[in-house]
Ligand binder design. Structure first.
Ligand SMILES: [Zn+2]
Length: 278
């Protein structure tokens, strides 16, 4: 389980020097350890592909993220900046943009919503999974997912945020949201869509000035509460789909590739061709 870093990738690259502590009350993610304040950067970086959102474009980059070691259990963990979602290729702002386009725009289907991003776009089935995963996260139904990891419950995030950022965002959380009936066939799916709408609604209330309010809220939670924020797990077992680039070409599979340790490199490389994991 990666450790969430309280800051952007740019900041992480600056601070992650060998021996430097992660600071604050960051707890070791290993079950049974949980040592607090014992994590230090190792000075080692490992490969991590990511599709950033740059303006309106999805940009695929091969990057690296630092490892940290826990002084308690000696375990090594990846440290991910606030833009990166554990086990997902697409960055948080890109996911938010597509989910918002689908949930908030009553005219857009999954395919159209996935295309609000230019450049490297997610497949619409990926978007379907994100909506399910985020919806379940908000509704605290993650246990149905199979991917069981301890996370702070959504209600606790809302209550803690309300306490610190008031006034009364909790009331807003309980406001009704309407979802066009053509977007769902089951009650479960309707609930997931409502969960996403709630999160988007509340995010834009709390972080009005941010371009991607839920991502901003996620970053705030990681920083203020030292927990993994709005991290979520997509529904469904299948996690690899083809996606199309603007050119209509295919991009290469990066999922399943053994992550090799290597020295940090600067700058991006050109995207591969074939399939992408998300
Ligand atoms: Zn530990």
């Amino acid at each position: 389980m990666p450790i969430p870093y309280k800051g952007s990738y740019t900041k992480l690259r600056e601070v992650a020097k060998k021996g430097v502590g992660l600071g604050g009350d960051v707890a070791c993610p290993r079950p049974g350890c949980g040592s607090v304040g014992q994590l230090r950067f190792l000075g080692t970086w490992v490969d991590r592909d990511v599709v950033w959102l740059r303006g309106k474009r999805g940009v695929h980059e091969k990057t690296t993220v630092p490892l940290a070691r826990c002084g308690g259990c000696k375990g090594r963990f990846r440290v991910l900046p606030e833009e990166m979602v554990p086990f997902k290729l697409y960055s948080f702002p890109l996911i938010e943009r597509c989910v918002k386009a689908y949930v908030v725009d009553s005219t857009k289907g999954l395919q159209e919503a996935a295309k609000v991003v230019e450049g490297v776009q997610p497949h619409h089935t990926a978007l379907h999974g994100w909506v399910g995963g985020i919806g379940d996260r908000v509704l605290e139904r993650e246990k149905k997912n199979g991917a069981q990891r301890k996370q702070i419950p959504a209600s606790a995030i809302v209550i803690e945020t309300s306490k610190r950022l008031g006034p009364n965002p909790v009331n807003r959380w309980h406001e009704d949201v309407k979802i066009p009936s053509w977007k769902y066939e089951t009650e479960e799916r309707r609930d997931q869509l409502m969960g996403c709408a709630k999160l988007l609604n509340m995010g834009s209330f709390l972080f009005k000035r941010s371009l991607h309010p839920v991502s901003a809220w996620h970053g705030w939670v990681v920083s203020e509460l030292d927990v993994a924020g709005w991290t979520f797990w997509s529904r469904g077992r299948c996690t690899t789909f083809q996606i199309e680039e603007e050119t209509g070409g295919r991009v290469a599979s990066v999922q399943g590739k053994k992550q090799r340790k290597r020295e940090s490199t600067n700058g991006s490389r050109s995207p591969p061709s074939g399939m992408l994991a998300f």
